[in-house]
Design a protein around this ligand. Structure first.
Ligand code: XMP
Length: 214
């Protein structure tokens, strides 16, 4: 099996359920994405628990002053996270503090978003990418349900792009991959499914077909 290009967002507040789903998905995902709901419901140690099962991306959309950003990034790194998501609109110093505190942990910056009303960010993706390049990010978050934005961002970078907006927000995994995403992020369509593993396998199959993989 080729490595999965699926990142599953577990936006739930039940730690045991999150760990159960992560275990059931096993090698069928590239990573598990953890957001504030799971961390706020319990403790940040859930990052370390899930990191024993899968790569973990901490979607903390960091957007604070450099000192606070560094503390958040260091915490995620010390828990064993593989990657972290930061905003870039707070400026170079702010984003650079995340990169510096992250060490080997990969930093992905948000340069366009998937939800309605994201025009302020999406209209400034070029400036946000310039800031991100100067800060030294590993990759980008760009919307998988706004394909023209995603393609424009892909044209400006060879770095890894992760794309949310698939399923519940209307995007299709195959379309996002064809428009330039390396990885797709899917939440509700998987964790709300009666059979999360089957839902993940279906998306993996769709991606493999789109990418013309064996
Ligand atoms: P759903 O349930 O919509 O979950 O499949 C999507 C997950 O991705 C996050 N998300 C985003 N993160 N930029 C981001 O950095 C975005 O444009 C964006 N859209 C969705 C969301 O928080 C959830 O975890």
């Amino acid at each position: 099996m080729s490595e999965s290009r699926l990142v599953v967002a577990l936006d739930i507040t039940d730690r045991e359920r999150a760990i159960r789903i992560a275990r059931s998905l096993g090698k069928n995902v590239f990573a598990i994405k953890i957001n504030w709901p799971l961390v706020l419901a319990g403790s940040g140690s859930v990052i370390g628990d899930i990191a024993k099962i899968s790569r973990v991306v901490c979607d903390f959309k960091i957007a604070d002053i450099p000192n606070t950003n560094s503390i958040i990034a260091r915490f995620a790194r010390d828990q064993g996270a593989w990657g972290i998501i930061s905003h870039s609109f707070t400026g170079l110093e702010s984003l650079r503090s995340v990169v510096e505190a992250s060490g080997d942990m990969k930093v992905f910056s948000v340069v366009a978003m998937s939800h309605p009303g994201a025009d302020l960010i999406n209209g400034n993706y070029e400036r946000l990418m310039d800031i991100s390049e100067r800060a030294g990010v590993y990759g980008y978050i760009a919307p998988g349900n706004r394909l023209s934005d995603l393609s424009k961002i892909r044209k400006r970078t060879m770095k890894m792009i992760m794309s949310p907006g698939i399923g519940s927000q209307g995007g299709k995994a195959a379309d996002a991959i064809k428009a330039g995403a390396d990885l797709v992020i899917v939440g509700r369509s998987i964790y709300e499914s009666a059979d999360p593993l089957a839902a993940a396998e279906a998306i993996n199959a769709e991606i493999a077909k789109a990418a013309d993989l064996p």
